[in-house]
Design a protein around this ligand. Structure first.
Ligand SMILES: [Zn+2]
Length: 497
């Protein structure tokens, strides 16, 4: 008999207002298990109370399922019993088990009806998308800070973060050592290893108290932050902070470093360069112009060492477009997706409210701590210096929480829109692709693919998760249609799977 884990949960509100019990759910699940010929090998009960909000049993179950691959089923009354938030949804999905939603009458898993699975998958795509969006919001905030000339992150060695100005100040203990390092380097006869020794002897350590390594020395010597500018996310910004090193010295150092490193070959720009790996030896596929006009793509390791043949750009573009055909969604499916979108929009709202609620609680907790601290200072329980540093710590933590609340606010706004955009892009990807030039084609591919390989003159493409799921759904739909009407069978010649 197949083994299953069952999970029941009631919230404190349900217990109080409706008298819902765990017993009723347990009974339902065990009756169901019998009817399906499943053995419940482990039961998990979660009775939430206002006091303990965490889900210890949920975590236990995840652990158990990870350790017991033979348990292939999860039994639960309804979707929302299992997934309290988006993160849960993603966690469960990654386990790749059959999830029996008993009251809803659906099983989500490898053998589930393609319709159910597809809607479920779309929910996961959007959940992941929301979480990805959150981190994007964070980086947006950092970019905005960079544009103001403020270093957005932890101060590099030689500087310290200033919580009031939100900028960085010169660290007067470490800065002179760094300045000396640059000057010594210009004087010559010092390599990176000696630079490492130089700063060690003068007492410069990383923030954790470790050795500033050779590679860190190189990073420092090339970091424009020390002349008052900085690079963030590949963009060069004029900083507002004070320099430690003069531009003259800095440029001399760059000159010495450049002389020491080997001169690099200048490369032409090719649209699909860096997109593919060689399937025979794993090296990147590069390009060159032959006979003055034809662009050929080939493995960087040519000749007898790698026998992978070169491919003309036109041919390569055609092959790269082929997997995009898999993304075309039927009208019928679009309807299902809209339904799923609406459902998951509700999930999202709940998740957002929960997360924001948690953050607000944390914020208030810090406020109480600040008050207590102030009283302790007044009554002479703690020294002023201690009060000052603790106070600043709490206030900056509050600021960070405010930023996170803001991120949630922003991430949520275009949630539905994003879902629609993913689907639209999927549906139109191929038709857009064929009408565009190589550079535009490359942009579409970058959005959609995660890994591509050239092997035996053929392209093998792995899609990004979201698009892979959509493609999967389309393939399943085709399969279903074929089963219903074999005469309509379409010869799907996908390059993958
Ligand atoms: Zn190769």
């Amino acid at each position: 008999m197949d083994k299953a884990a069952s999970y029941v949960r009631v919230s404190s509100k349900e217990q109080k207002e409706h008298g819902y019990s765990l017993q009723a759910q347990k009974k339902l699940l065990s009756t169901y298990a019998k009817s399906k010929g499943l053995t419940i090998s482990k039961e998990y009960e979660e009775a939430e109370t206002a006091k303990k909000a965490g889900r210890t049993q949920f975590k236990q179950m995840i652990k158990y399922l990870k350790a017991n691959p033979s348990v292939q089923h999860i039994l639960v009354e309804k979707t929302y019993r299992l997934y309290r938030n988006f993160r849960d949804l993603v966690t469960i999905h990654d386990l790749e088990r059959n999830i029996h939603l008993v009251k809803e009458g659906t099983i989500i898993g490898p053998e589930s009806r393609s319709h159910d699975k597809f809607i479920h998958d779309i929910k996961i795509v959007l959940a992941k998308n929301y979480i990805d969006n959150l981190s994007e919001e964070t980086s947006k905030g950092m970019r905005a800070k960079a544009e103001l000339g403020l270093w957005p992150s932890f101060a590099p060695l030689g500087y310290i973060n200033n919580r009031e100005t939100k900028g960085i100040d010169v660290d007067f203990q470490r800065a002179p050592i760094i300045r000396n390092l640059f000057e010594e380097y210009v004087r010559g006869k010092m390599n990176l290893r000696e630079g490492e020794k130089f700063v060690w002897e003068r007492g410069l350590r990383t923030r954790k108290g470790n050795l500033v390594s050779k590679s860190n020395i190189y990073k420092m010597l090339t970091n424009p932050i020390y002349i008052g500018d900085f690079k963030w996310d590949g963009v060069y910004y004029k900083g507002k902070h004070n320099p430690i090193v003069s531009r003259d010295v800095f440029e001399k150092v760059q000159g010495i470093l450049n002389d020491r490193s080997k001169p690099r070959k200048r490369n032409h720009k090719f649209a699909f360069r860096g997109l593919l790996k060689c399937g025979s030896c794993g090296r990147p596929i590069t390009a060159e112009i032959q006979k003055g006009k034809y662009i050929y793509y080939h493995c960087t390791r040519t000749g007898p060492k790698c026998t992978e043949k070169a491919v003309r750009e036109e041919k390569l573009a055609e092959m790269l477009g082929e997997p995009l055909k898999r993304l075309r969604i039927s009208e019928e499916r679009l309807e299902w997706i809209i339904q799923a979108l609406k459902e998951s929009h509700e999930d999202k709202k709940r998740f957002k409210a929960e997360e924001v609620g948690k953050l607000e609680k944390e914020y208030q907790g810090l406020g109480r701590k600040i008050d207590q601290l102030y009283e302790d200072k007044l009554s002479g329980l703690i020294p002023v210096n201690f009060w000052k540093s603790k106070y600043q710590e709490y206030v900056s933590r509050q600021e960070r929480i405010n930023e996170r609340i803001e991120e949630h606010r922003n991430a949520g706004e275009d949630y539905l829109e994003n879902g629609v955009r993913i689907l639209e892009l999927a549906q139109k990807a191929y038709s857009i692709y064929v009408t565009q030039d190589s550079w535009e084609k490359r942009k579409i591919l970058d959005l959609i693919h995660s890994n591509s390989v050239l092997k035996g003159g053929k392209v093998y493409m792995e899609l990004r998760k979201a698009f892979d799921m959509i493609a999967d759904g389309v393939v399943q739909e085709e399969k279903l249609r074929r089963e219903k009407a074999p005469e309509e069978a379409i010869n799907n010649n996908w390059l993958l799977r």
